[in-house]
Design a protein around this ligand. Structure first.
Ligand code: AMP
Length: 226
């Protein structure tokens, strides 16, 4: 599977990406994790990225795109991957499209995690206290949410128009959210394989919705992913 996880900081993308990567036995490619590892090691990439990360700004497109293209070229990404935190701008999405089209390996799905701002703030403030992340101070959190709204949120339209987008209600127990996502992906696979449009709770706006999809018994969509 080639999957992109979209969503604001604090929406739980990292947690779900780890679980989904285990489920699909594919690499979890998190740009935030790669940057943090480089910052810790003091590499030139880390030194460049840190300036932006500490302010809650996005690292420039050319830096991120080069890093991700390099990572996706590794042999472990050949069968599939889970992208967490990339793309975050339209320019990044276009670069990804171009690369995947050249390899004739299109994306299977884009999942956009939805959590309201109040809950995001609570989660990020909790994470700040727990992990001491330098980009989780109150002002920086506010700025990161603004950056998401202006630079990344437009990707919802971008992927909706390509018929790849599924909106995921990311509030709830971790396992419950994982089940919603897996059901969502089953529905998407079923559609790709020519199934009917009746399954999966489409909102009728071009996006599919995972809300309330968990826990249903075996459907054709569920079987399609097996
Ligand atoms: P994350 O852990 O995904 O929230 O990422 C932490 C920080 O790394 C972000 O606030 C950005 O400064 C930087 N970053 C991660 N991914 C990207 C990206 N795709 N484009 C630009 N900056 C990124």
């Amino acid at each position: 599977m080639r999957i992109v996880l979209l969503g604001p900081p604090g929406a739980g993308k990292g947690t779900q990406a780890t679980r989904l990567a285990q489920h699909f036995e594919c690499p979890h490619v998190s740009t935030g994790d790669i940057f943090r590892a480089n910052v810790l090691e003091g590499t030139p990439l880390g030194l460049t990225a840190k300036k932006y990360m500490d302010r809650g700004d996005l690292v420039p497109d050319e830096v991120v795109i080069a890093m991700v293209m390099d990572r996706l070229g590794a042999p472990d990404c050949e069968p599939g991957f889970l992208l967490d935190g990339f793309p975050r701008t339209v320019a990044q999405a276009e670069a990804l499209d171009k690369r995947l089209a050249a390899m004739d390996n299109p994306l299977h799905a884009v999942l956009c995690f939805e959590v309201d701002d109040g809950e995001l703030f609570r989660r990020l403030a909790g994470r700040s206290a727990e992990l001491g992340r330098s980009d989780d101070g109150e002002e920086t959190i506010r700025h990161r949410l603004e950056v998401y709204a202006t630079k990344t949120r437009p990707l919802v339209d971008y992927y909706m128009h390509r018929g790849l987008l599924s909106m995921v209600d990311a509030v709830g127990h971790v396992q419950e959210v994982t089940e919603r996502i897996l059901e969502m992906l089953r529905v998407a696979a079923y559609r790709r394989n020519g199934g009917s449009k009746g399954n999966g709770g489409s909102k009728g706006n071009g996006a599919h919705s995972a809300v309330g999809a968990a826990g249903r018994s075996a459907t054709p969509a569920r079987r399609a992913l097996r």
